[in-house]
Design a protein around this ligand. Structure first.
Ligand SMILES: Cc1cc2nc3c(=O)[nH]c(=O)nc-3n(C[C@H](O)[C@H](O)[C@H](O)COP(=O)(O)OP(=O)(O)OC[C@H]3O[C@@H](n4cnc5c(N)ncnc54)[C@H](O)[C@@H]3O)c2cc1C
Length: 464
């Protein structure tokens, strides 16, 4: 086993892995350096929101932190409020409380398992893996470990092409919505707001700002102008056996064929949601069967439809959004943003390509970009990832879906060989797994990486 391990990241994935490791009894003590990036770590981007309007999009019963205890979050929530049901969509703030309390407890109890853990409230800024181990730089310090795990979430969003520097410098064009939502003050003015993108983040942005800005009107723009689908009010019964469908997809790994098969199966299913949910245990292995050219085709043509169906809104969120549409405060547009510039009046002029052809220019007071996770490791300002890629120590995924990696999380070096002592979990494994972002996948990855780190064979493989 590796005895000296570095975990890098300050969100749910790192908190889960740290807890997994610290609660194991091992033949020899474990020395853990957790580079958490902040003093109070464990919530990350998704669960750092203080807003009660921001709900989990997964039911409480499925949000446990450990594979061995999938109902752990439900138990925690019911201890606070016995009326909570497993099918409820609870505030993400509460989930952040859960994560933080669990990981703090694990750190506190580490000594009773013989381990020691050092929570370092700094960002890891450089990392050099070698056959001797891993060297990590943070602040003015350098530390060594035998193995490291990157649990750094997705990468900071970058402005879309066509957005002028002056628009960004004005502060009216928002590239990263999450810090903006935390600090946006109440404003009574009749602001005109454009949200670029129509996924779950756009929905959260509109819900939050429409409450804080009671006279604002919102336009949400996407290629198809469609909202995410809603969850059913009650959990759907498990679907039938999808074995035939999965088998036929495996026989012909071709996106066009898959889309046709899915549409046919959905038209026969009692509710298409059960079909989509039934595929989830197979998604990673189906993705592994798909050649790179077919993956690229999926990203171009099918990704938006899959994400609408897969990442759904809680029913009460869907009702609030529908009410804003009825009240005339939210309009949905189809088309692509082509450019944003700062006007003489200080507003933002947005050039938008229209769905039927042609172009329109519209004026907004604020434009907020919500276009999904950034996983492009080749073009990023993230200091650590940039260093790893530029120095050729890791290999970017060819389609911009994070790092090139084995499905079990081993990162590949610049020549495509698996590194024995460098792993990742979470969104930057999308290239290897596609489905690699939500808690049910992350807790499995944390368990499996903890098993590999603790395996007797790990150190031997590493020292070869
Ligand atoms: C708005 C939103 C809502 C979501 N809702 C759900 C949900 O309801 N259910 C669900 O299952 N999933 C949900 N997800 C998916 C979510 O991504 C995962 O559940 C989980 O939060 C991912 O955690 P993470 O630790 O991988 O990433 P993050 O939350 O992004 O955390 C990574 C952390 O690492 C830090 N970091 C980065 N680089 C370094 C470095 N060099 N050194 C130290 N620290 C570093 C970052 O600052 C960040 O704090 C949601 C995601 C979002 C964005």
């Amino acid at each position: 086993m590796f005895h000296k391990v570095a975990i890098i990241g300050g969100g749910a994935a790192a908190a889960t892995l740290v807890s997994e490791l610290l609660e194991r009894r091992t033949p020899r003590p474990l020395h853990l350096n957790w580079y958490a990036g902040a003093v109070s770590a464990g919530r990350g981007v998704a669960y750092g929101t203080p807003s009660e309007r921001h709900l989990l999009n997964v039911r409480a019963a499925s949000m446990g932190m450990f594979v061995s205890k999938p109902g752990g979050f439900l138990e925690y929530a019911q201890a606070l409020n016995p009326a909570v049901k497993g099918s409820d969509f609870l505030p993400r703030r509460l989930y952040g409380d859960f994560l933080q309390s669990r990981v703090e407890q694990a750190v506190k109890n580490a000594g009773s398992f013989g381990h020691d853990v050092n929570v370092i409230p700094f960002m890891a800024e450089s990392l050099v893996p070698s056959s001797e181990g891993v060297t990590i730089g943070y602040g003015d310090e350098v530390a060594h470990a035998e193995a490291a795990v990157l649990a750094i979430g997705s990468l900071p969003p970058r402005p879309l092409p066509g957005v002028e520097d002056a628009a960004i410098a004005s502060g009216r064009y928002v590239t990263d919505p999450w810090p903006y939502l935390v600090s946006a003050p109440v404003d009574e003015r009749p602001l005109r707001v454009l949200v670029i993108g129509l996924g779950l983040t756009a929905v959260d942005v509109v819900l939050e700002l429409s409450a804080r800005w009671p006279n604002a009107t919102f336009t949400a723009l996407s290629r198809h102008g469609k909202l995410p689908e809603p969850h059913l009010a009650s959990a759907s019964a498990p679907g039938g056996d999808d074995a035939d469908l999965v088998e036929s997809m495996r026989d012909d790994p071709n996106v066009r064929v898959w889309m046709r098969a899915l549409r046919d199966a959905a038209s026969q299913a009692e509710d298409w949601r059960t079909l989509v949910d039934g595929l989830r245990p197979h998604t990673q292995s189906l993705w592994a069967d798909l050649p790179v050219a077919e993956r690229a085709r999926f990203l171009r043509h099918a990704r938006w439809a899959w994400e609408r169906a897969r990442h759904r809104m809680p029913p009460q969120v869907a009702a609030s959004i529908a009410a804003l549409e009825r009240a005339g405060r939210l309009a949905r547009g189809r088309g692509r943003m082509r450019g944003v510039s700062l006007s003489h009046e200080g507003a933002l002029d947005v050039r938008r390509g229209l769905a039927g052809g042609g172009e329109a220019v519209e004026s907004y007071d604020v434009v907020i970009q919500t276009v999904g996770l950034n996983t492009d490791t080749l073009r990023t300002e993230h200091r650590l990832v940039r260093q790893l890629v530029i120095d050729g120590l890791v290999k970017p995924d060819p389609l911009g879906l994070g790092f090139a990696a084995l499905p079990d999380g081993h990162l590949l070096d610049g020549n495509g060989r698996a590194r024995s002592n460098l792993f990742a979990i979470g969104s930057l494994l999308r290239g290897a797994l596609w489905e690699s972002t939500a808690i049910p996948e992350i807790r499995k990855q944390a368990q499996s990486v903890a098993n590999m780190l603790m395996a007797e064979s790990a150190e031997r493989a590493h020292s070869r």
